[in-house]
Design a protein around this ligand. Structure first.
Ligand code: HEM
Length: 410
């Protein structure tokens, strides 16, 4: 791995597509943090933060926002005109709560939040037990690739249920979502852009048609709650409804797949004892937090300076972008003693795997429930589970997950 750190200028060169880096980014984070926890990452072209104190504070700092176009024009930012071929994708982004700031953000988030209160989420527990069905499908084979066979199908089925989307749409939803999420990777090509735009068009068409059909068929699901809000004048536009459903479907499984994959990998690589980890609901909950701290699935989120501001001795102008390294913050020895060790007894465990502040993950209770349900079922059914091959990480640095998790048992 070519990592060049210049502590004087606080500039770092590190290719996010270097397999040695995305395969295990933690040694590079540790080296950078030790020299300069705030650094200009040349390959991205913006300042990044790697200490827990900075990341946690900046996630909550209202002088920074996910959106900038509400306070500055594209012209003032020096941004080029939006690309015509990305119009369908941009149209969805425009109404995404992730890309909004208050007051729009608050209004939409309150609507979505209702679906995620614990009582609602707990009703999904039996659905997550579809883990058993997945295992039944491959148990006789003696080996499996767990990302495709286990970690991927569960979250998409659960989130489709919560939203109220038809279950048989699962594979289609996965395909659209993968093509759209590819836009957040480093070095996006025209082919990726075209794929994302086509997926956004198809996904939005489907969602619009489905929502219209469901207006006359309200049930006890999130889409019905959003439809009711839409019909009560002014609370939600149809475009917002369509985008919100798509965001929930995408965000609702992409990260969870890899959170489950990373947790299973941690258990197997470190030869942890699943019976001890998952002995009761308390130990299970603590283990889930430690899996998320040690190897979170999302590593980089950005913010814009909404005003001129100075942080860690760096002066930012309104409109400047910064990067917050969640995966680095979670291994900061200043906050987590012996940060590379798996220690579920950490209490408190203030990891930032779900972010913090106003954009804190709305799906955290659901993700936690899925992580507390699926891996224990896997290890209970297959107690002799072992790695059959060294897990390969995906070439997508900030979606930190395993591409293939080949396992065997028996
Ligand atoms: C382990 C799995 C998950 C992880 C690690 C994760 C992580 C995150 C993080 C870090 C953010 C904040 C982004 C930022 O501050 O810029 C976020 C936001 C969000 N997450 Fe998750 N997430 C997970 C699962 C889910 C699930 C299951 C859903 C279900 C709907 C979900 C829906 C969302 C939404 C809608 C937002 C935007 C919230 C807002 O902007 O107010 N996530 N997530």
């Amino acid at each position: 791995m070519t990592l060049a750190i210049d502590p004087k200028s606080r500039r770092v060169r590190l290719d996010p597509r270097d397999p040695k880096f995305f395969g295990d980014p933690y040694p590079a984070y540790a080296a950078i943090r030790a020299e300069t926890p705030a650094f200009f990452w040349e390959d991205y072209g913006f300042w990044c933060f790697a200490s827990h104190a900075d990341v946690s504070a900046l996630l909550r700092d209202r002088r920074f926002g996910r959106q900038i176009l509400h306070v500055m024009s594209r012209e003032a930012l020096g941004w080029p005109e939006p690309k015509a071929h990305l119009k369908p994708f941009d149209a969805l982004e425009r109404h995404s709560i992730l890309e909004m700031e208050p007051p729009e953000h608050t209004r939409l988030r309150n609507l979505v939040n209702r679906a995620f209160v614990s009582r609602q989420v707990e009703r999904l527990a039996p659905r997550i037990a579809l883990a058993d069905e997945r295992i039944d499908a491959f148990v006789r084979d003696g080996r499996a690739e767990l990302i495709a066979a286990f970690a991927t199908p569960i979250p998409v089925a659960v989130i489709a249920d919560l939203l109220g989307a038809p279950r048989e749409m699962g594979p289609k939803l996965l395909d659209w979502s993968h093509r759209m999420v590819a836009m957040y990777q480093f070095g996006v090509t025209r082919a990726v852009e075209d794929g994302a735009a086509a997926a956004a068009t198809d996904f939005a068409d489907f969602m619009r048609g489905y929502a219209r059909a469901r207006r006359a068929d309200l049930k006890d699901d999130l889409i019905s709650q959003l439809l009711i809000a839409e019909s009560e004048e002014g609370r939600l536009s149809e475009d917002e409804l369509v985008t919100t459903c798509i965001l929930i479907l995408n965000a609702g499984h992409e990260a969870t797949v890899h959170a489950i994959g990373n947790a299973v990998k941690t258990i197997l690589e470190r030869a942890l004892d699943p019976r001890e980890l998952f002995a009761d609901p308390q130990t299970t909950a603590a283990a889930v937090e430690e899996f998320l701290r040690l190897d979170p699935p999302l590593h980089l989120f950005t913010r814009y300076a909404l005003e001129d501001v100075e942080v860690a001795g760096v002066r930012f102008r309104q409109g400047d972008r910064i990067g917050l390294l969640l995966g680095a913050a979670n291994r900061d020895p200043e906050r987590f003693p012996d940060p590379d060790a798996f220690d579920p007894t950490r209490d408190p465990n203030p990891h930032v795997a779900f972010g913090a502040g106003i954009h804190f993950c709305v799906g955290a209770p659901l993700a936690r429930l899925e992580m507390a349900t699926a891996p224990p079922i896997l290890f209970e059914r297959l107690p002799r589970l072992r790695l059959a091959e060294r897990p390969r990480c995906r070439d997508a640095f900030h979606f930190h997950g395993v591409e293939a998790l080949e396992v065997a048992w028996g």
